[in-house]
Ligand binder design. Structure first.
Ligand code: HEC
Ligand code: HEC
Length: 380
């Protein structure tokens, strides 16, 4: 008897708790304006077409060869690392450390490689306008893989597997191509592989789809805390001024008031340096290696302007999968999502630029609001 009563008391306490949660969940509802903004962050995945600047984009043989190259230690001068050493699948295609380490340490945080077809610019500074252009850089960078075009050609020719893969995709042996052509072709196959790395539907996407079809169960299962965080994201936080659309980025560059020094006395110029590199590169969309004779995707590159405002700007990162890609920011300076949100809450006024960044101001969030915003980010 005793036992039974105890049990039923516990059960009804649990029932009371559940109904409380349900009430809290259902009290978070959205206005029509908010709903429209939420819907604009989908649907997911976004349909993409092959990259016209890369003739092997979408080609199954190139994807297979690109995957082999991505994991091959033959692409490193010391044969001890590959692209996958820094872009690790189990770490959201990053490396989990503040700044990447190849042959030597690099200056920036390793970027995750999901949803690459949706980018307009590549790299934190947007120094490349294509995925294949961006894929050339780590092969040649002395701190990353450290090869030359000539050394890459030998490595491919000497490896029976890579040699066969190259021939299958490009219709001739690497030995018959000049080193620069081998370099660009290798990067184009690497790009074909990276393009298929698309992130799956998230808890946010399921909520967004439920909202689109007015499907009650899907709406109520999305946690109340994430809903409150989402409301801050769209509203008072104004996060979606920059982290907008299905990929949670406007694809452009901003300065969010991080401290500017790489190490004492060394400043990362960000987009300012990126535009200079982009223009100087033979591997941009205006150069000889764009496979699209009409240069249909080259408009942004043709019109990009270098202004002092670009100093210290970095690309707005996508927030998809963001819970898997700590640490954060171009310099890896924020260890957790909570640290990121606390930065936006208390941006040092002296780091905010009077001239250009009118989009940001310290939000002065409460601890509960910070918890909610982080809960939302984790559903992406
Ligand atoms: C030493 C670690 C390291 C290695 C090895 C490495 N990467 Fe990266 N990767 C990075 C870092 C750091 C960045 C950010 C670069 C920047 O903006 O300056 C990056 C950025 C990228 C980006 C840009 C992503 C975006 O969203 O714009 C692509 C694409 C990429 N890497 C592909 C590759 C490929 C392909 C290889 C192999 C050929 C490779 N990486 C090897 C560390 C590495
Ligand atoms: C003015 C544009 C802008 C606004 C507004 C903005 N962000 Fe950002 N966000 C950026 C840029 C740019 C970066 C990268 C900065 C860097 O590394 O220098 C970034 C980085 C981040 C990152 C780190 C992602 C990563 O992979 O490293 C997170 C998380 C983030 N923002 C969330 C938010 C949230 C939450 C809000 C609202 C409170 C917000 N952002 C508002 C532009 C913006």
């Amino acid at each position: 008897m005793m036992y039974g009563r105890l049990l039923s008391a516990t059960t009804s306490a649990a029932a009371a708790l559940f109904s409380l949660v349900a009430v809290a969940g259902s009290t978070v509802s959205f206005t029509d304006d908010e709903t429209a903004l939420i819907l604009a962050h989908g649907p997911w995945p976004v349909e993409t077409a092959p990259d016209p600047s890369n003739r092997v984009s979408g080609d199954p043989a190139a994807i297979t060869f690109g995957k082999m190259l991505f994991h091959s230690n033959d692409l490193a001068i010391d044969r001890r690392r590959s692209c996958a050493a820094c872009h690790q699948i189990e770490k959201g295609l990053g490396d989990g450390i503040p700044r990447g380490i190849g042959i030597a340490a690099v200056d920036r945080n390793t970027m995750p490689l999901f949803n690459m077809r949706l980018n307009r610019w590549y790299g934190w500074d947007g120094k490349s306008d294509t995925l294949w252009g961006q894929s050339i850089a780590p092969i040649l960078d002395k701190r990353e893989l450290g090869l030359t075009a000539a050394a890459l050609k030998s490595r491919i020719t000497e490896s029976p597997e890579l040699n066969r893969g190259y021939g299958q995709v490009f219709g001739a042996a690497a030995a018959t191509h000049d080193p620069e052509t081998v370099l660009v072709n290798t990067a184009k196959a690497l790009a074909a592989f990276q393009e298929i790395l698309v992130s799956g539907k998230s808890a946010f996407d399921r909520f967004r789809d439920a909202l689109a079809t007015d499907e009650t169960e899907g709406i109520t299962t999305y946690p109340a805390s994430a809903k409150r965080g989402l409301r801050i994201f769209l509203g008072r936080g104004r996060c979606d001024l920059c982290h907008f659309g299905p990929n949670f980025t406007n694809g452009e560059f901003h300065d969010i008031g991080l401290q500017p020094f790489l190490t004492t006395g060394r400043v990362d110029m960000g987009r300012y340096g990126g535009i200079k590199l982009l223009r100087a590169s033979r591997y941009n969309l205006l150069g000889p290696f764009n496979d699209d004779p009409d240069r249909r995707t080259a408009g942004f590159t043709r019109h990009v302007r270098l202004t002092p405002k670009n100093l210290g700007e970095f690309r707005v990162p996508s927030l998809r999968n963001v819970s898997e890609t700590a640490p954060y920011m171009h310099d890896g300076s924020k260890a957790t999502l909570e640290a990121v949100v606390r930065h936006y809450s208390k941006i040092p006024e002296e780091h905010l630029r009077q001239d250009s960044e009118k989009l940001l101001r310290p939000l002065n969030l409460t601890d509960a609001e910070i918890t909610d915003l982080v809960a939302f980010l984790k559903t992406l």
